[in-house]
Design a protein around this ligand. Structure first.
Ligand code: ADP
Length: 482
């Protein structure tokens, strides 16, 4: 029976996080451990990781490791994750964002930094660095994309490999002149290998060399096989056949629990929803909005990027406030989007609030107090904020794409007849369709009984990692048996 899994990732909540990848890498191993697996996570020892881990022990020294000396360490996170840390100060010693410098530019040696992570993973997984040998290696996104390639170069007994694409937009493209620095034989730079339009693609390496490829929802798995959604990889992915599958993400339902959430002024449950009204009032106060329990309070918690469709939302602000609704935006990203929401908040301070930045605590308070969360993404591999929102009785208004299409049940006429619906979907992703969905939301809001029913439906869903972890377990067993 397969048991030992090495998860390879560049970020992992709560140690270091820039997006949903960290949430998955932090929560999936714990859910798999509950199903009997022994899961270790290999992660670069960024300064933030060194500050927040305990029981660190050096396992072995790597004196000549991609241009400097490094150490492999074991450690534990506060919530019990079993970690291997690749401590290489010459690669990971800078504070701040793991991929970009303070000016927001990709770090110049990212290819070396993340090749080193995969290289260490391959050595570790075969037992070359410690006596722990993996049966499955699960690598996440382009940053760990070379893992299966390096494993293919090892001799002896090798683990099976899974590569998960969290976002196809990030492809890890670098010039072929770097092959030698990456310790990759020239022969791998071919159409059947890692060559992608005359560049090296770490993402392609993950797809080509792994035994199984997953992405984070069934709909996104379909979308990325098309010309439109494939971002240049549609042909390759559509030829993967049943090697490619979509497994939805879950969320950590201990961290996201409205009954016990310390960030909320008034915890609440699906049977005692009244507490949510108090959190809404506190949120309106916090952002200086008009205190009004009758005004539907919309929110956004997101990276502010083109992908997330928030330019459409910015254009719909007059429509939202013209209907007496309110909007709170938490996020950071593209300058023009930040400016659009700051300007809207300045011009309509009674109805629009905005915080530019990243704030985990505030994200919880907003989920606890808002009535609706907007996710008008142009594409969305899975999306996590709609799962958190449903658990908090905050209805998601989402574009019908990727994981949003797979997780939110649209409260259309027929669904309502059956007492179903957990939110609203719209399509195509245009300003017009978004505005119609806002109008539909406002009509539902005015029918308090139906609204309450939708909230309860949403809060009744199991959005935990239990189901997804069972699907990964089944996949591990399937490929191990091959
Ligand atoms: P992505 O990974 O594309 O950014 P996801 O919805 O998959 O989007 O995951 C985003 C995660 O980051 C969620 O847990 C969300 O709550 C969180 N998040 C995004 N922006 C912020 C922010 N500004 N402050 C706090 N949390 C945020």
């Amino acid at each position: 029976m397969v048991n030992r899994v090495l998860s390879v990732t560049s970020e992992c909540f709560p140690l270091i996080k820039t997006g949903g990848l960290a949430d998955v890498a932090g929560a999936l191993p714990i859910a798999l451990e509950e199903q009997g697996f022994d899961v270790r996570t290999l992660l670069p020892a960024f300064p933030a990781v060194l500050k927040t881990t305990k029981s660190r022990k050096t396992l072995c020294k790597l004196p000549d490791f991609f241009g400097g000396s490094a150490k492999l360490m074991s450690a534990k996170s506060a919530d019990g994750l079993k970690l291997f840390l690749l401590n290489a100060p010459h690669l990971y010693g800078d504070e701040g964002n793991p991929y970009q410098d303070d000016a927001g530019k990709d770090r110049a040696n990212n290819h070396i930094r993340f090749a080193a992570l995969s290289y260490a993973a391959a050595k570790l997984a075969t037992g070359a660095l410690t006596n722990w040998q993996a049966e499955i290696v699960h690598a996440h996104d382009w940053q760990a994309g070379l893992t299966a390639l390096y494993l293919s170069l090892e001799s002896g007994k090798k683990p099976k490999t899974v590569f998960t694409i969290h976002n196809l937009a990030f492809q890890g493209l670098f010039p072929p002149t770097e092959l030698a620095a990456l310790k990759i034989p020239k022969a791998c730079f071919s159409r059947n290998g890692i060559e992608y339009w005359d560049k090296i693609s770490f993402l392609k390496a993950g797809i080509v060399y792994s035994d199984a490829v997953t992405t984070v929802s069934p709909s996104y798995a379909d979308e990325i096989c098309s010309d439109d959604g494939g971002m240049g990889f549609g042909g390759l992915l559509s030829h993967c056949g049943d090697k490619l599958s979509g497994i939805l993400n879950g969320i950590d339902t201990n961290i996201w629990n409205p009954e016990t959430d310390g960030a909320l002024t008034r915890p609440y449950s699906r049977n005692k929803l009244a507490g949510k009204a108090k959190n809404k009032r506190v949120l309106q106060e916090h952002f200086g909005l008009k205190i009004d329990s009758d005004a539907p309070l919309f929110c956004v918690i997101s990276r502010l990027t083109e992908q997330k469709g928030l330019d459409l939302l910015a254009a719909a602000v007059p429509h939202i406030i013209g209907n007496g609704a309110q909007l709170i935006v938490l996020g950071s990203g593209e300058a023009k989007l930040e400016k659009a929401f700051i300007t809207a908040a300045g011009a309509h301070s009674d109805h629009v609030g905005c915080f530019i930045g990243y704030d985990e605590n505030l994200a919880h308070q907003i989920q606890g107090g808002a009535d609706v969360i907007f996710i008008p993404s142009r594409f969305e591999p899975c999306g996590l904020t709609q799962l958190c929102a449903m658990r908090y009785g905050t209805l998601p208004l989402v574009a019908r794409v990727g994981g949003l299409a797979d997780t939110v049940i649209d409260a259309n006429e027929m669904a309502l007849q059956l007492g179903l619906g957990t939110g609203l979907q719209f399509s195509p992703v245009t300003e017009h369709a978004l505005k119609s969905a806002i109008d539909r939301t406002l009509r539902l809001w005015n029918d308090k009984k139906t609204w309450r029913k939708l909230q309860k439906n949403a809060m009744n869903l199991d959005v935990s990692w239990r189901g997804p972890a069972a699907s990964y377990a089944a996949l591990y067993r399937r490929i191990a048996a091959k």
